[in-house]
Design a protein around this ligand. Structure first.
Ligand SMILES: [Zn+2]
Length: 216
């Protein structure tokens, strides 16, 4: 959870998504933060007893959005049309943006443009009450998990871009511990529930192996 880190920068790329206080989701978020503080990530990502998987995934997806929002926020000034004319994660992976609705044919664009599309799209999903119901008793839609998978698959690309193209700047800003902890949490979470395909994670496979090996 973002507030566990003594981050130098509170700059976010998009506005932070808040889970309203007094809701069950807010309690779940507090629970997640408390278990994360225990240091055992494998345990911390597990579905708490008696809780609903959809709700757990929803709360954590919002949290990952906020974390990535802040992490990318710290490097936005370095991620420009000039430095990153294509959205990539190293020389072997290039992404073209399409959301499947308003933009059906993938467009090749710069990384800042792509990430802006991506984060705006995620924000729209999180704000959609029919997809992410925040009110008590309102059920999650049947396709919730598959939508969450798409969101997490896309959010991964922002981590991948930051690691491949902006890691020196992250180090310079002394944000690498923050980035690593956030990414490790993300990976443990998506692994626990099988939310992102292994081939989607390929651009950071080496790092994933390194971050997860110590905990096996
Ligand atoms: Zn960039």
């Amino acid at each position: 959870m973002s507030f566990l880190f003594g981050s130098r920068s509170n700059k976010t790329f998009k506005p932070k998504k808040n889970i309203p206080e007094g809701t069950h989701q807010y309690d779940l978020m507090k629970h997640a933060a408390a278990t994360l503080g225990s240091g055992n990530l494998r345990l911390a990502v597990m579905l708490p007893e008696g809780e609903d998987l959809n709700e757990w995934v929803a709360v954590n997806t919002v949290d990952f959005f906020n974390q990535i929002n802040m992490l990318y926020g710290t490097v936005t000034e370095f991620c420009t049309e000039q430095s990153c004319p294509v959205m990539s994660a190293g020389p072997r992976y290039e992404y073209h943006w399409a959301d499947g609705h308003t933009i059906k044919k993938p467009i090749k664009c710069s990384a800042p443009k792509y990430i802006d599309y991506l984060m705006t799209w995620v924000q729209d999903q999180l704000d959609d009450e029919t997809l992410f119901p925040s009110k008590i008793g309102v059920p999650f839609p049947r396709n919730f998990l598959s939508m969450a998978k798409t969101i997490l698959k896309r959010l991964f690309r922002v981590y991948a871009h930051i690691y491949h193209q902006h890691f020196p700047q992250v180090i310079q800003l002394e944000e690498e511990a923050h980035l690593n902890t956030s990414f490790k949490h993300f990976i443990f979470f998506v692994q626990e529930f099988g939310l992102v395909d292994k081939r989607e994670l390929a651009p950071l496979q080496e790092l994933i192996d390194k971050l997860t090996s110590k905990d096996r």
